[in-house]
Design a protein around this ligand. Structure first.
Ligand code: DOR
Ligand code: ZN
Ligand code: ZN
Length: 404
C-alpha cells in the first residue's frame, strides 16, 4: 500500500512506559482493549502497565495471566511491571518477562504501599531487575489547600503530599540505589525539590515526567477540583518550568503518562472519597507536539523523550538490537492540525480529561503496530493484536545504550 503523507511527519511509535489499564479487576474504568485503542489513537504503539490491578501483579503466575489477557485484548505492544509487597521477594528475585519491579513508597490507588523500610532495603539488596519507584514519603504529607481559596468539592484536606514528601522519598531511594549499585527509575517526578536529590547523568538513575506535571499546576485546582487530584499532586508553575528544563538537560529521560483512568462519577465525589489519578495515554503526544508548535522544544526532543528514551531506559530489545519500539511501530502526525482536546471524543473508557477544551497543534492521524495499521483517522482495526515486548536487562541500562 502506498501511504500519501504530504506535509506530515512519520515518527517512531510512542512507548508509554507508565500506564494503568485496570485489567484485571478494574474494567469498569478501562481494560486492555479500550486502553490499547486509546493508546493507538494517541500514537502510542507500546505500553508498560503498572501492577496495582486487582489482583495486584505480585507473582510470576499473575504476571503471565496478564500477558495472556493482553495477547487477546491489546492492539498495541505491551509489558507488565511486577509489584513489590512485604512478602514476595522470592517472586521478585526470579521474575522474568517484565521490565522491572515497581515499589510504592507512598500509598495510592490499590494496596501496594510498601511500608516497611527494612523490606525496601532488602529489595534493593537482594533483587537484580531494575526498580521503578513511586517516590512519595507517607510521613511528610501536609499542605492545607484552603490557602488556594478552594471551597467546593475540591482537594481541600491537609493530606496532599508536598515537594518535601517527594524529595524525602527520592533521597531514600537514591541512597539505596547507590549503596547497592541497583538500577533505579524515578517515576513521575513532580517538583524541583525532588530533582535536586539526584544528579544529571548519574549512571544508575533515570527519571520520568508526565504531561500533566509539565503543563498543569496548583492554579488548575480552581477549575478542575478533584478531577486534578492525583499522586504525586500538582505543584507550582515554577515546578512545571523546572521539569521541562530537566528534560532539556537530560536529567529526565522519559515522558510517560501515568494514564490512570477513573470513572467521572467517582472523580466527582467529595475528597477524600474521590480517587487519585488522571487519564493521559491518548493526549500525551498531541500535548508534547504542541510544545514543539510553541517552540519550547524540538520534534527531535519529543521523539527522544517519548520513543528512544523509554526503549533505552527499559532495555526494550528486538533481535539483539536496541530498538526504538519494535519493527515498523510508526505514527504519522499532522503538525499543522489544531484541535481542542475533548473528553467525549476520547477513546478511553472514562471519557474525560483534565485538559478539557485545550487547543493543541500537532495530532497523530495514523498508527502502525508491527507494520500493521491499527488506527486511521478515527477508525480502528482491532483484529491486529500487539505483541509482548522483550527486555534485555543484562545490557546495563540507559547509559550503556547511549555509549555503545
Ligand atoms: O494518581 C495516581 N493514580 N497515582 C498513582 O500512583 C496511581 C494511580 C492510579 O492507579 O490510579
Ligand atoms: Zn505512581
Ligand atoms: Zn502510576
Amino acid at each position: 500500500e502506498t501511504v500519501y503523507a504530504y506535509g506530515m511527519h512519520l515518527l517512531p511509535g510512542v512507548i508509554d512506559a507508565h500506564v494503568h489499564m485496570r485489567d484485571p479487576g478494574g474494567t469498569d474504568k478501562e481494560d486492555l482493549r479500550t486502553g490499547s485503542m486509546a493508546a493507538a489513537k494517541g500514537g502510542v504503539t507500546t505500553i508498560l502497565d503498572m501492577p496495582n490491578t486487582s489482583p495486584a501483579t505480585v507473582s510470576q503466575k499473575l504476571l503471565e495471566e496478564k500477558l495472556t489477557l493482553a495477547s487477546v485484548k491489546s492492539i498495541v505492544n505491551y509489558g507488565f511491571f511486577m509489584g513489590a509487597t512485604i512478602d514476595n521477594i522470592g517472586e521478585l528475585k526470579k521474575a522474568k518477562r517484565t521490565p522491572g519491579i515497581k515499589i510504592y513508597m507512598g500509598s495510592t490507588t490499590g494496596d501496594l504501599f510498601l511500608k516497611d523500610p527494612a523490606m525496601l532495603e532488602a529489595i534493593f539488596a537482594e533483587t537484580k531487575l531494575p526498580i521503578a519507584v513511586h517516590a512519595e514519603d507517607e510521613n511528610i504529607i501536609t499542605k492545607n489547600f484552603e490557602e488556594f481559596g478552594l471551597t467546593r468539592n475540591v482537594v481541600d484536606h491537609s493530606r496532599i503530599r508536598t515537594p518535601e514528601a517527594e524529595a524525602s522519598a527520592v533521597r531514600k531511594a537514591v541512597a539505596l540505589a547507590k549503596e547497592y549499585k541497583h538500577r533505579l527509575h524515578l517515576c513521575h517526578m513532580s517538583s524541583a525539590l525532588a530533582l535536586a536529590e539526584f544528579e544529571d547523568h548519574a549512571d544508575l538513575i533515570t527519571a520520568e515526567v508526565t504531561p500533566h506535571h509539565l503543563l498543569l499546576n496548583e492554579s488548575d485546582y480552581m477549575n478542575l477540583g478533584t478531577l486534578a487530584q492525583m499522586n504525586p499532586a500538582l505543584k507550582s508553575a515554577a515546578d512545571n518550568a523546572a521539569l521541562l528544563q530537566a528534560l532539556l538537560d537530560d536529567q529526565i529521560q522519559i515522558v510517560a503518562t501515568d494514564h490512570a483512568p477513573h470513572r467521572y462519577e467517582d472523580k466527582c465525589q467529595r475528597y477524600p472519597d474521590s480517587p487519585s489519578g488522571v487519564p493521559g495515554v491518548e493526549t500525551s503526544l498531541p500535548l508534547m507536539l504542541d510544545l514543539v508548535a510553541k517552540e519550547k522544544c524540538t520534534l527531535e526532543d519529543v521523539v527522544h523523550w517519548m520513543c528512544e528514551g523509554p526503549a533505552l531506559v527499559w532495555d526494550i530489545m528486538e533481535k539483539g538490537r536496541i530498538e526504538v519500539g519494535y519493527d515498523a511501530d510508526l505514527v504519522l502526525v499532522d503538525m499543522n492540525k489544531t484541535m481542542a482536546i475533548r473528553g467525549p471524543h476520547m477513546q478511553t473508557k472514562c471519557r474525560w480529561t483534565p485538559f478539557e477544551g485545550r487547543e493543541v497543534t500537532g495530532w497523530p492521524v495514523r498508527t502502525w503496530v508491527c507494520g500493521k495499521e491499527v488506527y486511521r483517522e478515527g477508525e480502528f482495526d482491532v483484529s491486529r493484536p500487539g505483541i509482548e515486548v522483550m527486555f534485555e536487562h543484562s545490557r546495563g541500562g540507559y547509559w550503556a545504550g547511549i555509549d555503545g
